[in-house]
Write a protein that binds this ligand. Structure first.
Ligand code: 5GP
Length: 237
């Protein structure tokens, strides 16, 4: 499958059309951004690591019955996937309090939540991805019905129920993550985007070390080594 014209360039990926109207190609970039694009850098090899990690996790979720946009990994930096209408909601799943939850509500960093929290953020860089409740999402017509919001929450919890024990077995605590969804040509809601240390937080269970983009956000260094370690654990190396 060949790349055709550039459809869209985001902060971490470029999206290309293909010969097939229903399929597109994502190119995973080495660029790193944080704080809504205010902090920028680049790490050679980061894109390929995220492509490989996402590929493994999409395959795992597909095998457990979660519909995703994934078709196949084409090479180190390219993934072939279904074309969708993107739902402009970031679905955030949290098992442990950190990041914006700690900042916004004062829950102590590292507190294990009494139940898994699912939140919605408006996917809108100009507004800084603000929090959404269901009424906001319906007023903004980000989805057609309340049922669809319920489905996003349900599928997000199912994904957490698959990924949390999967990573625990690999010595990683899945602290929180961000999911995105879209509607395919038949109107089915499917998981899109990527699942990688760019949009998940992983804490090493033994050492407590951060193995994700917080290494960049917090200037800790060693980002690529951490991402490589996440991939190696996924691959059982
Ligand atoms: P927080 O709201 O604490 O900043 O982020 C919660 C989780 O969602 C983290 O795992 C974070 O990586 C992910 N996340 C939230 N918003 C974004 C975003 O706009 N881009 C990316 N890549 N991840 C996000």
């Amino acid at each position: 499958m060949e790349k055709r014209e550039l459809l869209y360039e985001g902060k971490a990926k470029k999206l290309f059309l293909t010969d097939d109207d229903n399929l597109v190609i994502s190119e995973f970039k080495d660029d790193l951004t944080a704080f809504n694009g205010e902090k920028k850098s680049s790490e050679s090899g980061k894109g390929a690591l995220n492509n490989k990690i996402s590929t493994e996790l999409f395959k795992l979720l597909d095998s457990k019955g979660i519909p995703t946009h994934f078709v196949k990994m084409l090479d180190d930096n390219h993934m072939l996937h279904k074309k969708v209408d993107v739902i402009m909601i970031e679905v955030i799943v949290r098992n442990v309090a950190t990041g914006s939850l700690t900042r916004n509500l004062g829950i102590e960093d590292g507190t294990v939540l009494p139940f898994t929290l699912v939140e919605f953020d408006y996917k809108n860089d100009d507004l800084g991805d603000p929090k959404l409740n269901d009424q906001h999402a319906l007023i903004l017509e980000l989805v057609d019905h309340q049922d669809e919001l319920d489905k996003l929450r349900r599928v997000a919890r199912e994904i957490n129920d698959i990924l949390r024990p999967y990573f625990e077995e690999k010595g990683l605590n899945l602290v929180d993550f961000k999911l995105e969804f879209g509607k395919d040509k038949d109107g089915n809601i499917i998981l899109i985007d990527e699942i990688s240390p760019d949009n998940c937080r992983f804490w090493d269970i033994e050492s407590g070390e951060k193995m994700d983009k917080d290494r960049f956000r917090q200037g800790l260094g060693g980002l690529k080594v951490a991402y490589e370690e996440v991939l190696n654990r996924i691959l059982g190396k």
